[in-house]
Design a protein around this ligand. Structure first.
Ligand code: BGC
Length: 828
């Protein structure tokens, strides 16, 4: 397999790269391979190279300052993007992100995440696309193409098998060659072949005994050798641990800096004869090629000189959200489906804490700060006639401290040891997270002694308010002018150096406050400056939790609202403490009393619609007792507007499940992500993850892979298939225009001879396409069947083997709802 076909511009870039490389001495070369700070590589003016800037990724472009005062467009979660089953839409999302990156001076986006949904417990499940490698590869391809259409690099991550978060720095994922190739490497391979990404990120974890940043076989032989990848390989943040191991293993760049295993340590290793300078040159070439592509190397033509047309961020975010919503249940009563609602008829009782305080994205490095958020309450209020909507909280899953936000007006005041104020910057919430050079203008880390989060808090409700902290250093918390906590918080013993960022919140004080009456709040942090810290960082947060009302009373209020209304809409959600980078989930339950709320509302209102606002699967024990269930994922900043579009029928929900939703965790094929005492996590299920495993076990999930309803009906009429293409004719037989995702599964038909000696899944996704049609209109979907769909990785020969024989080609609405099939006999 080869990389992108070479062009004249490629040659010009290669010439410029070689000329620049020739001018660098060993010290400059090794410096270029090490982060100079959290997000960038050093400029080398002697060769006309500007500093290359990277940024997370994947739902928005954070920019180099991880604060809320530098807003970014927040797209729906990657699970949502995948649920649209539309690589073209992913490409448009990518173009928007390139536009954001350019606006923020970012050259390389640290995205997409293409690890697989091996277990629903995976903490970054919301940040990856699917349990299926083909769908993941197709969406990732569109995304990478879109970002790079805009002249911005991508970093496909995390290479490879970073499918869970437990002990992510130390875990050794033990995977045999076949599942490694057929599942976990497959999306990376497809994206390299089809989108030619300019970067790959080496994961924290170890695979089969070798740390990924040092994995010579996977990085050099497979990724570069077999697949022809010609971009740069960057370590995940702090993942590189060995100077010679990483260089020999094929890692080009160690991030972040300034303390890394490359730079001076690498120059010394070359001088000591431990590694060849030629290997350094190779890595430098990869970085200079990236620099040339994004246009920061003088004399080299950038790949994109004219960025594509400007994208309207709000409009696209809203479109992706409604295209991603998956209507998993839409009960028909008296001939009428529960959804869409008629906006002109009747009243709606909305409940759920997330209906008011929308949860639009998942936690961790994927977090960005948008300049506005449309909650479900905002969206429905704007779309409905006055008086048609009532709102009650019903159940508040936020029984845990969260970053102070609603009602707080805060600033960060930085002072030197002598009390001089160095800077005072407004903060949009109670989080200070400055890493490396991200400090406010005018503040040098050496001089910085104390940071104080200071301001006022105007409570929304009267009662007992809880305040807390997250982060390290000497902390002093005051509320209403009174010191309520003073103490030292250390870093603890967690092996994850980011534990301080994502670490658990700690309660510090409870204070009685009155609604509408502002009080002063202050959290002072004497900055922790230990020598062993990998980088200069100030990371601490002021946390808050509102008064906890009697849960039964909250439910009773919602029930009263629902009883009086024509329709009840309940929004249920996970919290940041449940779904985030840095840890895996323990269970799939909705936190707090949300299940009780749904049951109680459904008991008094037959037209109860539940909106599930989570990035990953949760158990929905009441799912068959409500009129409709709509999964909205983490829907991005325009989520509430998109929700109104879909509930009220201006648009149909376009999503199909990219992942199986279990009824209960115990049914999920992989329901534990804890490594053994030796630190190993064995992928014992082999190629059987996701629907492949559900089908083998014969267990029925709550909702199968590929499932999702629209607002019209489709009749599948004919199928014609060869070994390379399928044509499906279908008609929109329902009442309104719509879009359908035609899914093609390949099911091997058992035969006595020629059958492979290894077990294969009952069927697997081999292609898909979406079609649009007006009522009564008939359309044809033409779907190519890739050769790879017929191949297995043969562990004996270490190669792909085409398995000739008889297959059923199935056209389906989900893996469990197969409408048509054709038999083909293939020959090698
Ligand atoms: C995450 C990466 C991210 C990096 C930089 C790491 O902890 O695993 O996905 O790109 O931090 O923020």
């Amino acid at each position: 397999m080869a990389g992108a076909p070479s062009t004249g511009a490629d040659e010009a870039r290669n010439d410029a790269v070689e000329a620049a490389l020739g001018k660098l001495d060993l010290d400059a070369k090794t410096r270029l391979l090490a982060g100079q700070d959290q997000w960038s590589l050093p400029a080398l003016p002697q060769i006309g190279l500007a500093s290359l800037v990277m940024s997370d990724g994947p739902v928005g472009v954070r920019g180099v300052r991880w604060t809320a005062d530098d807003p970014s467009v927040a797209l729906p979660s990657p699970t949502a993007l995948a649920a649209a089953w539309d690589p073209g839409l992913a490409r448009r999302a990518g173009r928007l992100l390139a536009q954001e990156a350019r606006r923020k001076g970012v050259h390389v986006l640290l995205a997409p995440t293409v690890n697989l949904h091996r277990s629903p417990l995976g903490g970054r499940h919301f940040e990856a696309y699917s349990e299926d490698p083909f769908l993941t590869g197709a969406i990732g391809t569109g995304y990478v193409q879109g970002v790079q259409d805009g002249g911005v690099g991508t970093t496909v991550k995390h290479f490879v098998a970073n499918d869970a978060e437990t002990d992510r720095f130390t875990v050794d994922n033990v995977v045999t060659p076949r599942p490694l190739r057929e599942l976990y490497l497959a999306p990376f391979e497809a994206i390299v072949a089809n989108a030619h990404p300019w970067g790959i990120m080496a994961a924290y974890n170890t695979v089969n005994g070798t740390s990924m940043t040092e994995h010579r076989y996977l990085q050099r032989e497979v990724l570069r050798g077999e697949w022809g990848f010609d971009g740069y390989i960057v370590s995940d943040w702090l993942a590189a641990r060995s100077t010679t191991g990483a260089l020999i293993g094929g890692l080009d760049v160690a991030m972040p800096g300034p303390k890394t295993v490359y730079g001076p340590a690498l120059a010394a290793a070359v001088r000591a004869g431990e590694v060849e300078e030629a290997a350094v040159d190779e890595a430098v070439r990869n970085v200079l090629r990236l620099a040339a592509r994004v246009g920061v190397l003088d004399g080299a033509p950038a790949v994109v000189t004219e960025p594509p047309a400007t994208v309207d961020g709000d409009a696209l975010t809203r479109e992706i959200a409604r295209r991603s919503f998956v209507l998993v249940r839409n009960d028909v009563r008296d001939g009428r489906p529960a959804l869409p609602l008629d906006p002109a008829a009747g009243t709606i009782a909305l409940s759920g804490a997330a209906a008011r305080d929308a949860r639009i994205l998942g936690g961790g490095s994927a977090t960005v700060f948008p300049d506005h958020v449309v909650s479900p309450l905002d969206g429905l209020t704007a779309a409905l006639p006055e008086g048609a909507l009532t709102y009650t909280v019903g159940a508040d899953p936020s029984t845990e401290l969260a970053v102070a936000e609603k009602g707080f007006a805060l600033a960060a005041v930085c002072t030197a040891a002598d009390g001089r104020v160095l800077a005072s910057d407004p903060l949009p919430n109670g989080r200070v997270q400055w890493v490396g050079s991200d400090l406010p203008d005018g503040v040098a880390f050496d001089e910085l002694h104390t940071v104080e989060i200071r301001g006022t808090f105007t409570p929304r409700e009267s009662g007992e308010h809880t305040f807390g902290t997250r982060g390290v250093g000497g902390l002093t918390l005051a509320v209403g002018g009174e010191t309520v906590f003073e103490g030292e918080q250390g870093r603890g013993t967690d092996s994850d150096p980011f534990a301080a960022f994502f670490g658990k919140p700690t309660e510090r004080a409870r204070v009685e406050l009155t609604a509408g009456v502002p009080v002063e709040v202050s959290l002072r942090d004497v900055v922790h400056k230990a020598d062993d810290l990998p980088m200069a960082a100030v990371s601490f947060s002021l946390l808050h939790l509102g008064p906890q009302f009697d849960p039964d009373e909250l439910i009773a209020e919602a029930v009263e609202g629902a009883r009086a209304a024509d329709t009840a809409v309940v929004v249920v959600a996970t919290t940041d403490a449940v779904e985030s980078e840095g840890f895996d989930r323990k269970d799939l339950k909705l936190p707090g009393r949300q299940d009780d709320l749904v049951r109680a509302v459904a008991a008094v209102n037959a037209n109860t619609v539940v909106v599930v606002n989570t990035g990953s699967p949760v158990e929905l024990p009441w799912r068959d007792d409500v009129a409709a269930v709509l999964l909205s994922w983490f829907p991005g900043q325009e989520g509430g507007a998109a929700l109104a579009d879909v509930l009220l029928g201006a648009e149909e929900p376009g999503g199909r499940l990219p992942t199986t939703w279990p009824a209960v965790l115990a049914d999920a094929p992989v329901s534990d992500t804890t490594p053994t005492a030796e630190g190993e996590l064995h992928y014992t299920e082999g190629v059987f993850i996701g629907y492949r495993a559900w089908e083998r076990a014969g267990t029925t999930p709550a909702y199968p892979f590929g499932h999702g309803l629209g607002y019209t009906e489709w009749s599948y009429e004919t199928i014609e298939a060869t070994g390379t293409e399928v044509r499906v004719r279908l008609t929109n037989s329902g009442p309104r225009a719509g879009r359908e995702v035609v899914q093609i599964y390949l099911a091997p038909v058992a035969s006595a001879d020629g059958a492979p000696t290894v077990e294969r899944p009952a069927r697997w996704l081999a292609g898909f396409a979406s079609v649009e049609a007006a009522p009564g209109e008939s359309v044809e979907a033409r779907i190519p069947l890739p050769r790879r769909a017929f191949e297995i990785w043969d562990e004996e020969s270490g190669s792909w083997t085409y398995v000739a024989g008889r297959y059923e080609i199935q056209a389906a609405r989900s893996v469990a709802d197969r409408r048509l099939s054709a038999v083909v006999d293939t020959e090698a």
